[in-house]
Write a protein that binds this ligand. Structure first.
Ligand SMILES: [Cu+2]
Length: 167
């Protein structure tokens, strides 16, 4: 293979990687990559909604998500929550921080760890975006745009599998 072919291939790889990262809707802060922040649309009168995303730690040391903040005119307060089964009941509780171990990816998703937006002043509507400020212990703060997806939409997994089912 000639050197120029190699160079051309490398250029193609860079171009396709750039295109992918735009589609994947991700953010970088320090050693962290935050992928596809999303929330489910809420029904009228529903006072709380979850926000979900993936955090990949590409660095050599652990970090922690300390808080998330949404615009005060839309959300009363925002907490970090975990969810687990207690007997036959799923229970949420507030956690002080979410650990992001070195070299690992932590997924916030329905039924697991999530960001809880409480005291919504108006419903989250499919198609809108909501800025969320994430504050990490080491990496600092970053503002991500949370995409609101239709009620009943599948978690982010559905996107990766290429499934776009409409009900
Ligand atoms: Cu919750």
């Amino acid at each position: 293979m000639s050197l120029s072919t190699l160079t051309r291939r490398a250029a193609l790889i860079v171009a396709s990687t750039l295109a992918l990262s735009v589609q994947a809707h991700d953010y970088r802060v320090g050693d962290l990559v935050i992928d596809h922040p999303w929330a489910r649309a809420t029904a009228p009168g529903q006072k709380a909604g979850g926000a979900y995303l993936k955090i990949e730690n590409r660095g050599p040391s652990a970090d922690r998500l300390l808080s998330a903040a949404a615009p005060a005119e839309r959300v009363g307060r925002t907490e970090l929550h975990s969810m687990r089964m207690e007997g036959t009941v799923m229970r949420m509780r507030e956690v002080a921080a979410i650990d992001i171990p070195a070299g690992q990816t932590v997924t916030l998703e329905p039924g697991g760890l999530h960001i809880m937006m409480m005291g919504l002043t108006s419903p989250l509507k499919a198609g809108e975006t909501l800025p969320l400020v994430l504050r990490f212990e080491k990496a600092g703060s970053v503002t991500v745009q949370v995409q609101v997806e239709a009620l009943g939409s599948a978690p982010a997994k559905g996107h990766e599998a290429g499934g776009h089912h409409k009900h």
